[in-house]
Design a protein around this ligand. Structure first.
Ligand code: ATP
Ligand code: MG
Length: 414
């Protein structure tokens, strides 16, 4: 659904993002102006109703959303009605596709672009799947390839490559249902991998080639970008929760205790730990026991090592392995573990960095945290839409008007 033109800028209506993560629900409210957006409130609640990014308990998820949104409302003093929601989970799949059409009047128009995108979107989806995003890659007009904007060019045949993102209808509807039970209506669904890439990656990185990896509690979201566009999106069902489970099983301690010691004392590399260091933990029987911190690292390291190798497999499968000049950018709560980059560098053997959401407005100190990358990306996506509509209203060039239909496809507002 498209928002009314510039309503957010002109009427000072807020944009609200809801990230329903496996470990927490976050809601953020921001106001847009011509330059940027400013976050004015955050609400947050821990959540037990989500597993691997998908709703498994509606009641618990509703409670968490309610708590986060109530907090947001009481801080902002704004009654929240419409929101943009982030979708995650193993059901999010990326598909490469290709479209081609005859150019109608020998000069490529917005309408031709719209038809080419429609043709690229005509793919057979698995049962129970729906398309949520269409990311444009390159156009070609006749034999000329690698065109970013073909409108106005002369030619007879227009082709383009796209990366489509599909999600499970049931999984998406469960999320929408949870939001509705809290009195919220979704403006738009945005997949979290895309959202994180929007808030974390720099323009040059995307141009040179980069892999964005958001490691949360239930999922690892992977986005490959090259020449400024999204080339591949994939979600792995392995993340921080698996590390916690491994610790709980290996050390025979309750999961809550395993989560706590992972965050407090966890290290991604055994070699970084002093062998004489010990920590005291609760065991399953309710007593205490002493374990070596190196043993804790010995549980964490192989799981993270395995995850890095799975990420490499995804990159190889995407076909962009040899063009990733900017390397890997990691975000999401799980990258906070000590020694994370040390292990990442040794397994991946490419440039690796931790990516924070790239945001410079109010509440910056609070939201500059890798766990908020996807939520800020959802705001960013909404803002880009507002900004685009704003430019339309104020510039109103005929060529821009012609491209509006095409743009609506590209930003996924269908
Ligand atoms: N210092 C730390 N060391 C190790 N792990 C950490 C640390 N801080 C946070 N984590 C882990 O980060 C994860 C939460 O990250 P995040 O908030 O990005 O996930 P989420 O958005 O709720 O889940 P998902 O995106 O997978 O659905 C948890 O598994 C938590 O244990
Ligand atoms: Mg997340």
């Amino acid at each position: 659904m498209n928002r009314p033109v510039s309503s957010l800028v002109d009427n000072k209506k807020p944009i609200v993002a809801l990230d329903i993560g496996t470990s927490k629900v976050v809601a953020m409210l921001a106001y847009a102006d011509e330059q940027s957006f400013n976050i004015s409130a955050i609400g947050q609640a821990s959540c037990d109703g989500i597993k691997k990014g998908m709703v498994v308990d509606i009641q618990k998820t509703v409670q968490a959303i309610q708590k986060a949104v109530q907090e947001l409302q009481s801080i902002s003093q704004v009654k929240i009605g419409n929101i943009d929601i982030g979708l995650s989970g193993y059901h999010v799949v990326g598909i490469n596709s290709h479209g081609a059409v005859a150019v109608k009047n020998q000069e490529v128009s917005g309408d031709d672009v719209g038809r080419a995108i429609e043709s690229a979107r005509a793919v057979k989806l698995a049962n129970e799947q729906q398309l949520v995003h269409t990311f444009m890659q390159e156009f070609s007009v006749d034999n000329q390839e690698d065109i970013k904007d073909p409108i106005g060019m002369t030619g007879v045949r227009l082709e383009l490559k796209v990366h489509l993102v599909a999600t499970s209808i049931t999984a998406s509807q469960n999320v929408i249902k949870c939001a509705r039970r809290c009195g919220l209506e979704s403006n738009k669904l945005v997949v979290n991998p895309f959202a994180s890439s929007l808030s974390v990656l720099g323009k040059d990185e995307k141009e040179l080639g980069v892999v964005l990896v958001d490691i949360g509690a239930g999922t690892t979201d992977i986005v490959v970008c090259y020449k400024g566009n999204i080339r591949h999106i994939e979600v792995l069902p392995i993340a921080g929760d698996q590390i916690t489970n491994d610790i709980s099983m290996a050390l025979r301690i309750p999961t809550t205790e395993a989560e706590e010691i992972k965050i407090k004392y966890g290290v991604a590399r055994q070699r970084l730990v002093n062998p004489s260091e010990h920590i005291q933990v609760h065991d399953v029987g309710g007593g205490y026991k002493k374990i070596s911190r190196q043993l804790l690292a010995a549980v964490i390291e192989p799981r993270l090592d395995e995850l890095f190798r799975l990420i490499l497999d995804v990159l190889k499968k995407s076909g962009y392995e040899h063009v990733i000049a900017s390397g890997f950018v990691f975000t999401g709560g799980s990258v906070n573990i000590n020694g994370f980059l040390d292990l990442a560098n040794s397994v991946l053997r490419k440039n690796c960095r931790i990516g924070m959401p790239n945001y410079h407005g109010s509440l910056r100190d609070v939201v500059t945290d890798p766990k908020y990358s996807s939520c800020i990306g959802i705001l960013q996506n909404a803002y880009q839409e507002v900004e685009h509509n704003f430019n339309h209203k104020h510039k109103n060039k005929p060529v821009m008007q012609a491209a509006k239909k095409a743009w609506n496809w590209l930003i996924g507002s269908f």
